[in-house]
Design a protein around this ligand. Structure first.
Ligand code: ZN
Length: 62
């Protein structure tokens, strides 16, 4: 069950009744000094759009 209160990690806005991006990553052996750490963050749709607009290669859309 997802926690009730979600805050966008980028803009700090509280997110309610919106679709969001949730990323959870366990860094493994080949990472650079993050061995076995789990990092997670949430982004609102606006911040997601800003984030992917910085990509050199666009996201894959199906
Ligand atoms: Zn945001």
């Amino acid at each position: 069950m997802r926690q009730m209160k979600i805050v966008c990690n980028k803009c700090g806005r509280e997110i309610t009744n919106e679709d969001i991006l949730t990323v959870e990553k366990r860094w493994g052996y080949f990472s650079n000094n993050k061995d076995n750490e789990v990092h997670s963050f949430d982004l609102c749709e606006k911040c997601y759009d800003e984030f992917i607009s910085t990509f050199q290669v666009p996201v894959e859309i199906k």
